[in-house]
Design a protein around this ligand. Sequence first.
Ligand SMILES: [Zn+2]
Length: 115
Amino acid sequence: MTEDPSIRATLHVHRERADRRVTSLSRELDEIVESAQLANVDDEHDPDGSTIAYERAKTTALLAAARRDLDAIDVALRAADASTYGTCTSCGRPIDPERLDALPATTTCVTCAAR
Ligand SMILES: [Zn+2]
């Protein structure tokens, strides 16, 4: 696999974006929790409570996804450092460059990802 210095730059851009998403979603989640406490709503019986519960669940899920993205990008950056970037961690075959363009943080080829 040929060394491509732009890979690392691309990954850093993605990392920054994911990092900002984690930060803003954490803040959003804090605000939801805070407003729920301020309103002192009962999640189970108050109609507003169920909206807040829904918002909280949705934001929690988005935050978890953003954190997973961030982890994946860190793994890809380590792979770039070790010159194993672009190699499937599952089967060891090279990952399709088009797939890497679309998903720079991916560590598996399309065949293994589909499994
Ligand atoms: Zn594979």
